[in-house]
Design a protein around this ligand. Structure first.
Ligand code: G3H
Ligand code: 13P
Ligand code: ZN
Length: 308
């Protein structure tokens, strides 16, 4: 019933072959939808904030709303900085009360990534905060970094990276990507890489970014009411379940939240053209986000009834 780090969450998730959902937040309705879903399912959850979301809502508003969510629901949650681009943003998140930070140096060459990540780890650990870092590059857009193709994580390098930096969890690239357009053909993930990493780093928590499943029903609703999201495709649920049963302890989802929210709002606008009270469409969006989170906990994560 508190704001916690991910340490205990990941230990239990690893041992229990399930994963914790990490949902991107940037406003009150998203926070309430996610936390209400976690409460209903008695599941721990991670709320994560990108540097763009930090700028959009402001760290003080976000932290105050997250504190309120814990007070009201009693859910165990971690507040995490997603894709921290530099040391200054990491420091801001820690000063604002975040319990976990990601430092994303994956665009730097290897030795620079090691050095920058280690600097963050030393600082964060001295403040009781845990650190996630990334090795390999996801295709698509990661904040302002754009890559045409995947650079899969090298398992041998992963061992060196974890040992030298002292990080608490590692995001790896096995074929997932950010956004709503993850595959043009058959979905394919490199589970051989995940299994090799797990073999070389037994017990170490792995993170999967770009892990939205891009529900075809939400996409269809968006398109029915004026959207243009043809060709959207995500990671199939069975692949995410398999990852959760292996070393993956944290599954990142932002696109699914965005789609659920947008589908609901478009539907209200499309079906009720006289509505202009924001509570009507934002309330519908909040309910839909809660339903999404409950379904994720049951169908993908396996984290129901796993409150700490
Ligand atoms: O990994 C990226 C997240 O989806 C955050 O996206 O930088 O647009 O807030 P954003
Ligand atoms: P999606 O775009 O698949 O939701 O990934 C989100 C993510 O990885 C946030 O860090
Ligand atoms: Zn990500």
């Amino acid at each position: 019933m508190a704001l916690v780090t991910t340490k205990e969450m990941f230990k239990k998730a690893y041992e229990g072959n399930y994963a914790i959902g990490a949902f991107n937040i940037n406003n009150m309705e998203i926070i309430q939808g996610v936390v209400n879903g976690a409460k209903k399912k008695k599941s721990p959850v991670i709320l994560q904030v990108s540097s763009g979301a930090l700028k959009y809502a402001g760290p003080k508003y976000l932290k105050a709303m997250v504190d309120a969510a814990i007070d009201v629901t009693g859910v165990d949650l971690a507040l995490h900085l997603d894709h921290g681009p530099d040391f200054a943003t990491v420091k801001l998140a820690i000063a604002s009360g975040f319990t976990s930070v990601m430092y994303d140096g994956s665009q730097y060459e290897y030795e620079e990534n090691v050095a920058k990540t280690k600097e963050v780890v030393d600082y964060a650990h001295s403040h009781g905060v845990v650190v996630e870092a990334e090795l390999g590059v996801l295709a698509g857009v990661e904040d302002d970094v754009h890559s045409e193709k995947h650079v899969y994580t090298d398992p041998t390098q992963a061992v060196d990276f974890v040992t030298r930096t002292g990080i608490d969890s590692l995001a790896i690239a096995i074929g997932t990507s950010h956004g709503a357009f993850k595959f043009t053909g058959e979905p394919k993930l490199r589970f051989d890489i995940l299994e090799e990493v797990q073999k070389k780093l037994p017990g170490f928590p792995i993170v999967l970014h770009g892990a939205s499943s891009v529900d075809p029903k939400s996409v269809a609703t968006c398109n029915k009411f004026g959207g243009d999201l043809g060709g959207a495709q995500g990671i199939p649920n069975e692949m995410l379940r398999k990852a959760s049963s292996l070393a993956v302890c944290k599954i990142n989802m932002d696109t699914d939240i965005r789609l659920a929210m947008t589908a609901s709002i478009r539907e209200v606008f499309g079906e009720q053209p006289k509505v202009f009270d924001p509570r009507k469409y934002l309330g519908a969006a909040r309910d839909n986000i809660q339903a999404l989170v409950e379904a994720k906990i049951d169908d993908v994560l396996g984290s129901a009834n796993k409150q700490l």
